[in-house]
Design a protein around this ligand. Structure first.
Ligand code: UT7
Length: 327
């Protein structure tokens, strides 16, 4: 069975930039604290009326153009998101309609910040089995809409954006997605949640007033889990292919905090220069983070044929995943 290959990438970030200085005006924080503790300098915010599917479609059009694939050739659209346009239906169905990809079946994958890698892994299975020949994978999140702008622990960290990949069966032996690895620890569900708005705590005036329909995070616990699990899954995934970390050419990691990236890179002994870093510009874009970073590295001409590319992401759940690619 052929491997799945990424034949096009694309990304989109809304035009409006919110700097750390802008945040200083309404929340008790400082540019110095945010840069020192996270590495983030600015993030993007969707325009009024701009939806998650709008961002997803913009990223998708770029990826399709690079791949030379028409929307009507797509057979599958998977969107990693937890901030869909509405609770029902999925974001993916709006993407399908806006692109005019009428042959594709479409659905969302809810794995928060790991959503891009989870969606990639799901699409990979359809390509590998031969059920689908052209798949569109998107990570898109509009996190500024689910932030409590009075909570300095969270509101400084996130931004909006979308990234996309087009997958097809590999034409050359040995190239493509060598494997994807997904992991979950539901026992850690409570450390990163949007508590209200679901069946457990339906929306009321009271929980809206107390902002329980917005993101809530135990940052230190998420930090520890991220360093531990991203390190461990990278080792685990490379071992499957008899690869060592010194053979990795590019590390495309979830952009949550520069200190997390530094800690992981140090533990897996890959120099930080091999890690694509753009969190200074976008903050944490959740499911979009890895697909945007991949697209930037790709368009910068960094990814050469045959290079080993490792993608890792972690998010609420906790959910995490890794993809190993021979480019
Ligand atoms: O995709 C997964 C999603 N999330 C993440 O990956 C986030 C993982 N966690 C982190 O990145 C870090 O834990 C944070 C950036 C969220 C926080 O950094 P930290 O070094 O763990 O800080 P802390 O939570 O231990 O807080 C240290 C201090 C506290 O003050 P006191 O109690 O020492 O007086 C906080 O209240 O920093 C304070 N603080 C802030 N100060 C200024 C927290 N947020 C801010 C802020 N500005 N924005």
């Amino acid at each position: 069975m052929p491997l799945a290959q990424i034949i096009g990438t694309g990304s989109y970030a809304p035009a409006q930039v919110i700097t750390n200085k802008d945040l200083e005006k309404f929340v008790d924080t400082s540019d110095e604290w945010i840069v020192e503790r996270t590495g983030i300098r600015e993030r993007r915010k969707a325009a009024p009326g701009e939806t998650t599917s709008d961002m997803a479609v913009a990223a998708a059009r770029e990826a399709l153009a690079m791949a030379g694939v028409r929307p009507e050739d797509l057979e599958l659209i998977v969107v990693g998101t937890i901030t869909a346009d509405m609770p029902m239906p999925s974001c993916a169905v709006f993407v399908q309609a806006k692109l005019g990809a009428g042959r594709a079946f479409a659905f969302d994958v809810a794995a928060a910040c790991a959503g891009g890698v989870y969606a990639l892994s799901v699409a990979e299975q359809f390509i590998r089995t031969g059920q689908v020949k052209r798949a569109l994978v998107i990570g898109a999140d509009l996190f500024t809409g689910v932030l409590n702008w009075n909570d300095r622990n969270t509101c400084v960290l996130f931004g909006d954006g979308a990234g996309a990949m087009v997958l097809a069966p590999a034409q050359e032996e040995g190239r493509g997605l060598l494997s994807t690895h997904l992991r979950t620890d539901g026992a850690l569900a409570e450390i990163l949640t949007i508590p209200a708005g679901g069946s457990r705590e339906p929306l009321t005036e009271e929980n809206i007033r107390t902002q329980r329909h917005k993101l809530n995070m135990n940052g230190r616990e998420v930090f520890k889990c991220a360093v531990r699990e991203l390190t461990s899954i990278t080792h685990e995934a490379l071992k499957v292919h008899g690869l060592t970390t010194s053979q990795v050419d590019h590390f495309i990691a979830h952009q949550a905090n520069l200190r997390i990236l530094e800690a992981v890179m140090q533990r897996i002994e890959i120099p930080l220069e091999k890690c694509w870093i753009n969190l200074d510009k976008y903050g944490n874009t959740s499911a979009a983070s890895v697909p945007i970073a991949l697209d930037e590295a790709n368009r910068a001409g960094r990814l050469k044929r045959g290079d080993i590319v490792v993608m890792v992401a972690i998010g609420s759940g906790m959910t995490w995943g890794c993809a190993v690619v021979r480019w």
